[in-house]
Design a protein around this ligand. Structure first.
Ligand code: PGA
Length: 253
């Protein structure tokens, strides 16, 4: 098994250029001991990406992610940013399919599949988010719900392309709510996701796919979540905005 452990910070629409510069500095100075089997990923807003790239250029095992991109390569799409533009400033990952993008910006499975292709075409990696709303969890149909999201968003890829996919399981009821999935709930869903990947691409690809947990992950609960055999790290929202908390989560991995 050679899958990477990854802790990624999704800043969402937070931190102006000055605050972002300070946060990256604080993270770099927080005494992180980065191991070779652990990647740290930082996803600031578009406006901070270029500066963050220059701040991180000498750091090993810390990578930059964008939070979104457009599915088309270029053209009359006012306000949008293409994968090629992101690649050009040193971005390594793009988060695709975050529940906030699906919910507030109407991003459908079909659009997300196109965005996945756009990112891979630029030789970047995708952090593909999936996650069920509370009513689906309460109805007990979360496994089928996640299966549909993953099949529709990712399973058009061939095996070689799929190797550039990281999956983040983020139950919507746990995002920004302070409610975390229990270690058991996370492990159960991550094992389910890995079994879907195994059925489609085989055991080796499934073993090598990093599956991250997201949703109110913080220093106090990270160690328990990360100890689950199928949880390979986290996609961290709120706690990634405070260097000490983000560093604490990284240390738990
Ligand atoms: P949260 O967000 O850690 O603030 O719950 C996670 C995410 O949405 O990626």
């Amino acid at each position: 098994m050679s899958r990477k452990k990854i802790v990624a910070g999704n800043w969402k629409m937070n931190k102006n250029i000055f605050e972002g510069k300070q946060l990256v500095n604080d993270i770099l100075e927080s005494g992180l001991e980065l191991r070779d089997d652990l990647e740290v990923v930082i996803a600031p807003p578009f406006t901070s990406l270029e500066l963050a790239a220059s701040q991180l250029k000498d750091s090993k095992n810390i990578y930059l992610a964008a939070q979104n991109c457009h599915q088309e390569a270029s053209g009359a799409y006012t306000g949008e940013v293409s994968a090629e533009m992101l690649k050009g400033i040193g971005v390594s990952y793009v988060i695709i399919g975050h529940s906030e993008r699906r919910q507030y910006f109407g991003e459908t499975d079909a659009i997300l599949a196109q965005k996945v292709d756009a990112v891979l075409k630029q030789s970047m990696k995708v952090i593909f988010c999936c996650g069920e709303p509370l009513e689906i969890r309460e109805a007990g149909t979360q496994n089928a719900y996640i299966q549909t999201q993953i099949e529709n968003g990712l399973f058009h890829l061939d095996e070689a392309a799929f190797k550039n996919i990281v999956i983040a399981y983020e139950p919507i009821w746990a995002i920004g709510t302070g409610l975390t999935a229990s270690d058991e709930q996370a492990q159960e869903m991550h094992a389910h996701i890995r079994s879907l990947v195994a059925a489609k691409y085989g055991e080796t690809v499934a073993d090598n796919t990093s599956i991250l947990y997201g949703g109110s992950c913080k220093p106090s609960n990270a160690a328990g979540l990360f100890a689950c055999p199928d949880v390979d790290g986290g996609l961290i929202g709120g706690a990634s905005l405070v260097a000490a908390d983000f560093a604490g989560i990284i240390k738990a991995r």
